[in-house]
Design a protein around this ligand. Structure first.
Ligand code: FAD
Length: 468
């Protein structure tokens, strides 16, 4: 029986992996491969933070496979060329992989399928990254959903999907002579923040999931909006990003936790499930409306004349805007590669509505720094905040950063953690130090670079201009 190649991409795990499971079941000889494809390991697919996390996750995958008697082959180059070459070398008739939904990755898959077909072989792709794909959940009129709530309702009505079994031990040895590029030679230069990245790999992902489902999830409804609360959210997004955690596993284990969590924990479990549905929602938006990769979902907003300045953008990036909740969030992102969801909304709205800088610039900055940087969720989140996307906050809803800070970091604990200049400022003054010149002169913290009330008016005018 001919060997079968499994081509890893966003699925760096041996448990609950649809294509890997199929490849293993169908052949005596499995050839697992990861292609280090420089084109798809850069903008807009993968930023430096994700690339570093991916590299650690690959090392963990290599070990996990080894424990089962398999060997991970790593090749560098163009997958159309490398997969054909490897298939010839090992005599494989098929390459199996899990589908990704980014427009350029879809096109890549098509090119690989054609190259393999021209060589008398086939590419087979599987649903694995999401529970339901872009054309599986449609409105009554057969169109994709563009509003989250009815999409989630339709989704919940569908049957659940059980995880695939863990990869079994190697049944027979891989053909001799298959070369592999050592991972150490591909390891990208790690960003300074890498010292704060969580442990990579499937084992770490499952441990984090276990910890969160043992307690955090039951309080998720009350804790998830407060960045200072330890364990208020799962922080599993980097694992979902590189596929060291599968979505079916997460949902199935959530159901088990939910069954044992009683009525008190029910709300938290339900809301966490909603977040996982948001993930699929934005993936189907990207698949059905690929123009959201770079452009506004609502084309009229592509006409907006964003009037922000380079200096303001630099202040936002560095966490020196004079708005403490914004600055604390940005400094946290720069230092750790992670930012809490509530803070992402606050800083994104501040950049687009107060500084009037395009969401694409913010999206790019996030992408470069976030450990979970993902085209679908990032474009979705930025366009939601800017008011240009599907299901977006309407353009006239503009967060007041100080009020958001007072509501979601009432004691200023998160702000103090990231802005040492404000460590000694009491809670009632910490959200608006700019109102108190004496305080500012004592702290060396910058005064606000813009006046929120003034900018709000300008922003509304900017949006109205394109709506007319
Ligand atoms: C401006 C902006 C940009 C964002 N960029 C990204 C991004 O590049 N990558 C990314 O994974 N998420 C992004 N998000 C969504 C969200 O902020 C993160 O998924 C979340 O903060 C990750 O933390 P967590 O794992 O603790 O999430 P939890 O609250 O524990 O949620 C569990 C999981 O659900 C998914 N999820 C939660 N919220 C969302 C959402 N709004 N959209 C899509 N999936 C969601 C994530 O996979 C997450 O790990 C963005 C949100 C905004 C407002």
């Amino acid at each position: 029986m001919a060997p079968i190649i499994h081509w890893f991409w966003r699925d760096l795990r041996v448990l609950d992996n649809a294509a890997l499971h199929a490849a293993y079941s169908r052949s005596q000889t499995l050839v697992p491969v990861f292609i280090w494809d420089d084109t798809h390991l850069g903008w807009p697919h993968m930023g430096p933070a994700v690339r570093t996390f991916l590299s650690g996750s690959l090392a963990a995958l290599e070990k996990n496979l080894q424990l089962l008697g398999h060997r991970l082959i790593i090749r560098q180059g163009n997958p159309e060329v490398e997969l054909v070459r490897l298939a010839r070398e090992c005599g494989a008739s098929a390459v199996l992989t899990n589908r990704d939904y980014e427009p350029a990755t879809v096109a890549r898959e098509q090119r690989v399928a054609e190259a393999l077909a021209a060589d008398g072989r086939r590419l087979e792709s599987f649903k694995d990254l999401v529970i339901w794909e872009s054309r599986e959940v449609l409105t009554g009129t057969g169109n994709p959903y563009t509003i989250y709530t009815p999409y989630a309702r339709a989704r919940r009505a569908r049957a659940r999907q059980a995880p695939c079994p863990k990869l079994g031990a190697a049944k027979s040895a891989m053909p001799d002579g298959l070369t592999s590029v050592p991972l150490s030679s591909l390891t990208p230069t790690a960003p300074a923040a890498a010292a704060h990245y969580p442990p990579a790999g499937e084992h770490a992902a499952l441990e984090s999931l276990k910890t969160f489902l043992a307690s955090g999830v039951f309080r998720y409804d009350v804790g998830r909006d407060f960045p200072a609360v330890e364990g208020g959210t799962s922080q599993l997004s980097p694992h979902f990003r590189v596929g060291t955690l599968g979505i079916r596993t997460a949902l199935t284990r959530l159901e088990t936790a939910r069954a044992g969590g009683g009525a008190q924990g029910e709300n938290g479990c339900r809301i966490w499930e909603n977040e996982l549905i948001w993930r699929d929602f934005y993936m189907q938006v990207l698949a059905n409306f690929p123009h959201v990769a770079g452009s506004c979902f609502r084309p009229e907003y592509d006409q907006i004349q964003w009037s922000g300045t380079k200096e303001h953008f630099a202040a936002w990036c560095a966490g020196r805007t004079g708005y403490p909740i914004v600055d604390a969030a940005m400094r946290c992102l720069n230092a750790t590669g992670f930012m809490h969801n509530r803070l992402r909304m606050i800083v994104a709205m501040f950049l687009t509505k107060d500084l009037m800088i395009s969401w694409q610039q913010g999206e790019r900055y996030f992408f470069e720094h976030l450990l979970d940087g993902d085209l679908a969720a990032n474009s979705g989140g930025w366009q939601w905040s800017a008011g240009t996307g599907t299901d977006a906050a309407p353009y006239f809803r503009i967060f007041n950063p100080a009020s958001q800070g007072a509501k979601f970091d009432p004691e200023g604990a998160f702000i103090r953690r990231w802005i040492p200049e404000l460590r000694d400022v009491p809670a009632d003054l910490i959200q608006c130090p700019g109102d108190n010149p004496l305080l500012l002169s004592r702290t060396r913290y910058p005064s606000p670079i813009v006046d929120h009330a003034v900018q709000r008016g300008k922003c509304l005018a900017m949006f109205k201009a394109v709506r007319q």
